[in-house]
Ligand binder design. Structure first.
Ligand code: GAR
Length: 199
């Protein structure tokens, strides 16, 4: 199975997925890393990992539709069957979701449906919750909303800062995302409405 990983920034989840593929834990190939930000460290990671990357910037297209059509052309060229959003800080349009229905995964640094959006770690800390975590879910037309594949919780400590909490969240992400991808690749996920059952 050919996978594409989408990144906008550091790409530590991309790295974790690539490492897991390399260790032979996921029977798939990362055929493409798609990046919308020329400054993203994920680009340097792709080079080092010898994974093909596509830098495609929204500003070079008139509309979001044209931008996404450009992305889709590249995905089709690589026969991509699974898209993993890994810190891709751009909303995917309904048309894109339809084209890859139930084939797009996302990782989110909170226990959805709590703390949706792009500042979840800060928001959870600021809200004062005692427990937060990580969610891997399928992407549907609504933001941070699709069926949940895996979740893992962690406790927030009294002396946690945004940085210390982010560090522990990232550690969990780097284990949870490859696990979820493995389940998908091995065809072990069965959807019953919103509920993703694991065989
Ligand atoms: C990750 O923590 C991911 O959960 C989060 O961005 C970070 C990317 O880190 N995603 C979101 O907040 C999506 N709303 P990375 O570039 O090092 O993988």
């Amino acid at each position: 199975m050919n996978i594409a990983v989408f990144c906008s920034g550091n790409g530590s989840n991309f790295q974790a997925i690539a490492d897991s593929v390399r260790r032979g834990e996921i029977a798939a190939k990362i055929a493409l890393m798609v990046c919308d930000n020329p400054k993203a460290f994920a680009l340097a990671r792709a080079k080092k990992l010898e994974i093909k990357s596509l830098l495609i910037e929204r500003k070079n297209f008139k509309t979001k539709e044209e931008f996404e059509a450009g992305v889709i052309r590249n995905l089709e060229k690589e026969s991509i069957e699974l898209i993993c959003l890994a810190g891709f800080m751009r909303l995917i349009s309904p048309g894109f979701v339809q084209r890859y229905r139930n084939k797009i995964l996302n990782i989110h640094p909170a226990l959805l449906p709590a703390f949706k959006g792009t500042r979840s770690i800060k928001d959870a800390l600021g809200y004062g919750v005692k427990v937060t975590g990580v969610t891997v879910h399928l992407v549907d037309e609504k933001t941070d909303h699709g069926p949940i594949i895996l979740q893992k919780a962690l406790e927030i400590k009294e002396n946690d800062t945004e940085e210390s909490l982010a560090g522990r969240i990232h550690e969990i992400e780097h284990e949870l995302y490859p696990q979820a991808i493995k389940l998908f690749v091995e065809g072990k996920l069965n959807l019953a409405g919103r509920r993703a059952k694991i065989e």
